[in-house]
Design a binder for this molecule. Structure first.
Ligand code: CMC
Length: 428
């Protein structure tokens, strides 16, 4: 029997259907609210209670600490799959066969060149420019070089736009880094795997060979998988809402990159390592920083702690913490900030402020420590998040287009002045 929710306003009752997801998530379908009530709307700043869409891509249960892509647990995918397989899974819904994966990879490789003129745009940026700004600008600029990627009316058009951006985005990410590092731009080597090739594009010196290290490739592969999708977060919702105007995939992604940049979202990974460094520089007194984080008069927050949805542990943080130990050990690196991070975690998990508010380490708490061990500089941490999140953004954009979702356009409750007459400037 279908269930309904009843809303009573000023004695009048309205009924709304209850929608149930495959994981028994329940939502009240309020599509008819404004029409039936004569214009009454809902108010939900930050969309904490609003389901913006129905989606079959990622399931997460914040109370239980569960994360699954297309039904597969994040723990199993991080252990057994590679990043490109996960990208295919997210975008197309099923794990690829060997033949499907090979075709996908070779279609990507066929598009891995970036127009030489894009280098002129990159040249215009100062070396000090943050690579997230560079990346969002270059991703947007790609529209001009690939105008056919905008009008994607068939699945084939969409596929072409998707493989294009999956091919060119790692090049742009590596170029953003090389520009900053004063290295000549490089195209990598398409005979390598997707992640291995990215590392080569980043780190190959003009006067030396690039030596692939399996431990490094595997560690980065895992990190990218863990970041690949996270349902309707700030950047993903941005991609879907921009895409809903049919602005095109690359423009939508460019907007998503900007949303990810903020320190409350993807920018947290950079903020975490800067915080841990600051604690180290300050003599390593974690208690002092814990006190700052708890002080409501102090804007300082314990970066890498807390999550809008996870009110239990973030399953990605668990995997990354273990991986950080393994990577540092296998690369023979001792990093004092890892000990500081573990100390902070221990203290926070015993502190009633954090316990009562259900604040646990999130995906960004340990990821920076691994990036650093892999030789990736701090300002590239958030671009690495973007590279990992790319398949998720694409999958969500594609789903939104295939479901023919309407243009995103929230309502508001107006709290400004009511109508008044214009005053000439001399009378104000
Ligand atoms: N340090 C200290 N206090 C915190 C923190 C923190 N990191 N996070 C939340 N709180 C407190 C907050 O002050 C509030 O306290 P009170 O109830 O006394 O006013 C309470 O916990 C609830 O916080 P909120 O800001 O209402 O929670 P939210 O769901 O709106 O925000 C968050 C979630 C992730 C933005 C927030 O926890 C935060 O700013 N964390 C630090 C930044 C961070 O690590 N971001 C990465 C998120 S994971 C990667 C991603 O998906 O982007």
């Amino acid at each position: 029997m279908s269930r309904i929710a009843t809303l009573e306003i000023d004695g009048k009752k309205y009924e709304f259907p209850i929608v149930e997801g495959t994981e028994n998530e329940i939502a009240i379908d309020i599509k008819s609210l404004r029409g039936s009530t004569g214009g009454i709307t809902t108010l939900d700043p930050g969309y904490k209670n609003t389901g913006s869409c129905e989606s079959a891509i990622t399931f997460l249960n914040g109370e239980k600490g569960v994360l699954r892509y297309r039904g597969y647990s994040i723990e199993e995918l991080a252990e057994k799959a590679n990043f490109l397989e996960v990208a295919y899974l997210l975008i197309f819904g099923e794990l690829p066969t060997r033949a499907q994966l090979d075709k996908f990879h070779s279609d990507i490789k066929a598009q891995s060149h970036v127009d030489e003129d894009v280098k002129k745009i990159l040249d215009g940026f100062p070396k000090s420019a943050h690579p997230m700004g560079v990346l969002s600008s270059l991703t947007s600029a790609l529209v001009a070089f690939n105008p056919s990627s905008v009008n994607v009316d068939s699945e084939e058009d969409m596929y072409n736009a998707i493989v294009r951006i999956l091919a060119k985005f790692p090049v742009l990410t590596a170029w953003a880094y090389r520009k900053r590092a004063g290295l000549p731009l490089d195209y990598g080597d398409d005979s390598l795997g997707y992640v291995d090739n990215f590392l080569k594009m980043m780190f190959k010196k003009p006067n030396g060979e690039y030596a692939s290290d399996k431990k490094v490739v595997d560690a980065l592969d895992k990190l990218l998988i863990l970041h690949a999708d996270h349902e309707q977060n700030c950047s993903t919702s941005t991609v879907r809402i921009v895409g809903s105007s049919h602005a095109g995939l690359f423009a939508s992604l460019s907007a998503g990159i900007n949303a990810l940049w903020g320190p409350l979202h993807g920018g947290a990974n950079q903020a975490v390592i800067e915080m841990l460094e600051a604690i180290k520089e300050d003599g390593g007194d974690t208690k002092k920083f814990m006190a700052k984080a708890k002080d409501k008069e102090d804007p300082f927050r314990l970066m890498g702690f807390g999550h809008r949805v996870y009110k239990n542990f973030d399953p990605r943080a668990k995997i990354i913490k273990k991986s950080a130990d393994e990577v540092l050990e296998s690369l023979g690196i001792q990093d004092e900030v890892l000990d500081i991070a573990k100390g902070l975690e221990r203290e926070a998990l015993e502190d009633s402020y954090f316990v009562d508010r259900k604040l646990y380490p999130n995906v960004d708490f340990y990821s920076g420590i691994i990036y650093r061990a892999l030789g990736i500089p701090v300002e590239m941490f958030t671009p690495m998040f973007a590279l990992g999140r790319l398949p998720g953004w694409i999958a969500q954009w594609r789903e939104m287009r295939l479901r023919k979702e309407p243009i995103g356009r929230p309502r508001q409750v107006y709290i400004g002045e009511t109508q008044r007459s214009f005053k000439p400037i001399e009378n104000r």
